[in-house]
Design a protein around this ligand. Structure first.
Ligand code: 3HC
Length: 313
């Protein structure tokens, strides 16, 4: 088959909802776009450990600490599933990490914001993990098999993360005036950056059209953002939190909440290295990566030794 025929058969398989597997033929651009998206998703999971890890030593009770520790470890695990899924496309872990360190690869802009108080941990679990779930439930049906399967497992764990965050917020909202004010302040700071997690408007999204055709993406950035807003308003009302958007109101005709405009300038700044903690996040990742070199070296020596023993046997 020539290239055009291969592409036609590939698109027919995608249209028929068949999963594409690592050894199947695929257009080079499909491979590249998935390496970009999956590796950036993996980097987000791992970089996302930093703002929450910041509160591990200051969690208010032993129980909260144990739960947060488990959550942060889960995020590291999600990074590992995702790096493995990306590796099936022929890219190495070293290349992906290098792209992150050299700022050729991005990670979710939300993790460039600082966690200033304990209630930020509640706001992240509730809002950031909810937003991630809305996106990732959709990605469970993505066309690339290893990515879709990783999403199924990740979504199960994210629902526990979301509940622990909402539980923190609910507890604070039943507490003292100071605790209520702290919870509200966290939502005031995180609300708009969370809405940016879904990416630019559909009309400005460079990858969406092709990714929808290849069914890498199953729902658009704006549709997912709307879904998240609709479900979150009810959750906020239930615990007495006010979402910081004066334009937020139910639109009977659309059957959705209307909402105000996102500050896209801030989004672009945060996404391209100018967020409040961007430098810190990357510097910390580079430092920890360098400090872990002895572990990778030990594993390489062990693997080589095992291989030469097997060859000798
Ligand atoms: N932060 C950083 N970069 C973003 C972004 C954000 N919130 N939103 C979009 N971008 C980037 C895109 O990666 C793309 O960058 P590139 O072309 O330079 O690589 C550019 O902005 C243009 O955006 P598009 O809409 O054209 O890009 P996509 O079609 O890829 O859509 C996306 C963006 C919706 C984020 C999509 O890539 C996606 O669904 N990715 C997988 C999900 C993901 O990465 N989630 C991370 C969230 S955090 C998380 O899951 C951790 C959990 O523990 C909370």
């Amino acid at each position: 088959m020539d290239q055009a025929e291969e592409e036609k058969v590939f698109q027919e398989r995608v249209d028929a909802e068949e999963k594409i597997e690592p050894k199947d033929w695929m257009p080079d651009k499909y491979r590249k776009t998935l390496i970009r998206q999956i590796s950036q998703h993996a980097h987000s999971e791992v970089i996302g450990m930093q703002p929450e890890g910041n509160w591990l030593t200051r969690a208010p009770t032993l129980h909260r600490k144990a739960v947060l520790l488990a959550k942060v470890q889960d995020e590291g695990g999600h990074g590992l599933y995702l790096y493995s899924a990306a590796e099936t496309m022929g890219v190495s872990r070293e290349e992906m990490i290098d792209d992150l360190h050299e700022e050729r690869a991005k990670y979710a802009s939300i993790f460039n914001y600082p966690t200033l108080t304990w209630s930020d941990i509640g706001a992240i679990g509730w809002l950031v993990d909810s937003a991630a779930i809305v996106n990732q439930i959709s990605l469970q049906r993505t066309s690339y098999g290893p990515y879709a399967r990783a999403m199924v497992r990740i979504c199960k764990e994210e629902s526990f993360h979301q509940r622990q965050g909402y539980n923190i917020m609910m507890t604070l909202m039943r507490g003292s005036d100071e605790q209520k004010a702290m919870a509200q302040d966290s939502v005031d700071r995180f609300w708009w950056p969370v809405l940016m997690m879904f990416g630019p408007h559909d009309s400005d999204s460079v990858h969406s059209a092709q990714n929808m055709k290849w069914k890498i993406k199953r729902q658009s950035n704006d549709d997912l953002r709307q879904k998240f807003i609709d479900q979150t308003v009810e959750q906020a009302n239930a615990i007495g939190i006010t979402l910081p958007d004066p334009d937020l109101k139910w639109n009977e005709e659309r059957g959705h909440y209307d909402f105000g405009e996102i500050d896209w300038e801030e989004f672009r700044r945060s996404m391209s290295g100018g967020g409040p903690c961007s430098r810190l996040r990357l510097a910390h990742h580079r430092q920890v990566h360098e400090e872990g070199e002895w572990v990778r070296e030990a594993m390489r020596v062990y693997e080589n030794k095992k291989r030469s023993n097997q060859e000798a046997a």
